[in-house]
Design a protein. Sequence first.
Length: 406
Amino acid sequence: MFYALSGLTSAVNYLFYPVIARFVTVQQYGEIQFLVSIFGQLSVGFVVLNILAVIISVKVTDQTKQQSAIRALNQLAQLVAIAVCVIGVAFLSAYRQHLTLSSVWPITWVGVGLLINVPFTIVIGRLQGNGRFVASGVLSLASVAIKLFASILFTMAHLGSSGAIAGIAVGLFAAWAIGEWLMSTNKALSRFPMSNVFSKRIPFSELAFLKESGLIALVSIAVLTIISSADSITSRITLGSYEAGQYAAIATITKSILAIATPLMWLALPAAISHARKKVVSLYAITFLLCTSFGVLIIALPSLFTKVLVGVDPGAFLHLTTPATISMILYAVAFVVVASAICFGHLKTTFLSSLIAIILYGVVFTLTVHHHSPIFASLMGQIVSASALLIILLTQILRTRDPIHT
């Protein structure tokens, strides 16, 4: 039921792109796709936050201690989120012209959405960690449905990219409010008032057992997020606003593959914490099969997905569909493998494989860009780095029957 709800959530989430594309220009669509991608990169901490919330909920069975740890995590996350928002928004605003962004308003809405994402993510993580997968699935579906509806209204009001990004913030806020209500209906999972975030000193001692895994998770997920979005960033820097909008159609469709893997990742984490290796490996196989099946359809029918579904003609960039699709299949599996490896306890291996991945990306990009376009060079770097990371981590996981914290 959780996977079915998550699949529906992913479908509605990616319905956002073809629907919004009908209400904006190609230039505005490229800007929206880029800012949503940036939102995903700046939200890397929230993926880690979700992972840590699941770990706390599975490992800490005493409800009093669990709520205390969640409170500490929430306080720390809010402080980090504010710093990320200020720095991120300032950077995007300062380099707005280089990134061909129309105004500071959509950038501002990205920051607002990031702040709201903190309590929303923790609510989702607590529900999943306590086995309430259906409730978390319903909540996620509510967030993307409200986001779509709000973004449609705002873009119809001729607010352009600002309206589309504002809709995302509205969807997250509404879903968080619903999540707080769900928590209040269950005494064992009583809600955590956000007024407590800054009312007390952060009890770091409650999170001591997460210190190493939290740092490794942050670095590793950040590396995956940045490299998997590198082609979109490259397109904004090297192309004009119209051409970047054309490539955004390719990026939109191929990156939808990542959404297929996300619910499987959340299913794999509690199993990995419990060292249920066979179950986790089976989820790897399912992830690869599902993502590859969808990827084959994209490669076989690129025009159908871009021109018809998204509604944007990719023009001369259509030939990049194949490498972009292969890249996203690899990264979809990589997200599941990396997150579960952290929960298994393969911390050193995860950290080293992430460093190797980002180094390989830089080397391959540098060697390839002399003979091919920057976007193609970026995609080649993504494919090589993801392949290396998967080989290293899967070898470690498959050969270790009883994972230990190393």
